[in-house]
Write a protein that binds this ligand. Structure first.
Ligand SMILES: [Zn+2]
Length: 250
């Protein structure tokens, strides 16, 4: 069983229905059983806004959604809206785009978002690594995780390409999970990243989540990358589906 816990709507399709159709056909081709689609924090976006994603897959029992939000974009309005959607069970998580936007993960402006996540018991996902990585540097993630022990944090991309630094700094924070989306994007870096995962997955097998960043990255390549890791079968199953089932309650 495979849960791809980090997907986006394909940006090149002209409208929401065709984005949905393509995504559903691609997960079928790649034998992905369940997908989690993450919306943008912008009110208009080629990957879909919170509103766009709230009900797009409501007729698909195998696709769930996560809502993007930003303290900089119509925050009060979006916050109230998100609360309503969470009450109705439309979203299984909340995403912050630290680095895409100038928000530090331990910024006090995010307190209301963490409060909402705790109230509805959904995890807070955040972008890390790649460009502008300082906004979710491991020490800041640690500060946020320690200050908000009731919140489960999902570190997307694991401070790519510095995964080892990320795992080392955060292994003592049991409320931080590691979403492996986009880490297999560059085949040249893959052998090194595989070695890091083969070292850290056995140390904390319950905290790794499979994701591909479908919409931006190749889903098949990410599946093949995890399949090829030299880790016990039991841990691979946890990574591919069991951990995400528990984390997102699906
Ligand atoms: Zn993403």
């Amino acid at each position: 069983m495979i849960i791809d816990a980090h997907m986006h709507l394909p940006s090149d399709e002209p409208d929401l229905e065709s984005k949905k159709r393509l995504l559903l056909s691609d997960i079928k081709v790649n034998s992905v059983d369940i997908g989690i689609v993450i919306s943008d924090s912008e009110s208009e976006s080629t990957i879909g806004s919170m509103d766009d994603c709230a009900e797009l897959f409501s007729d698909c029992p195998n696709v769930y959604a996560v809502a993007g939000i930003s303290p900089y974009i119509k925050f009060e309005e979006q916050f109230e809206k998100l609360k309503k959607y969470l009450t109705r069970g439309c979203f299984v998580g909340i995403k912050l785009y630290c680095g895409h936007e100038p928000i530090y993960i331990d910024d006090s402006a995010l307190k209301p978002v963490f409060g909402l996540a705790a109230e509805f018991n959904v995890p807070v996902l955040f972008h890390s690594g790649w460009d502008n990585a300082q906004y979710a540097a491991p020490e800041r993630v640690k500060a946020a995780a320690v200050a908000n022990p009731e919140v489960r944090f999902v570190c997307c991309h694991c401070y790519y390409p510095n995964l080892a630094e990320c795992f080392e700094a955060l292994k003592g924070c049991p409320n931080v999970y590691f979403d492996l989306s986009s880490v297999a994007d560059d085949p040249e870096k893959s052998p090194l990243i595989a070695a890091v995962l083969e070292r850290f997955v056995p140390e904390m097998p319950e905290r790794f989540i499979f994701g591909s960043d479908y919409g931006c990255c190749d889903q098949r390549r990410h599946i093949d990358f995890i399949e090829a890791l030299n880790i016990p079968t039991e841990y691979r199953q946890m990574l591919f589906s069991l951990n995400a089932e528990q984390l997102y309650k699906i």
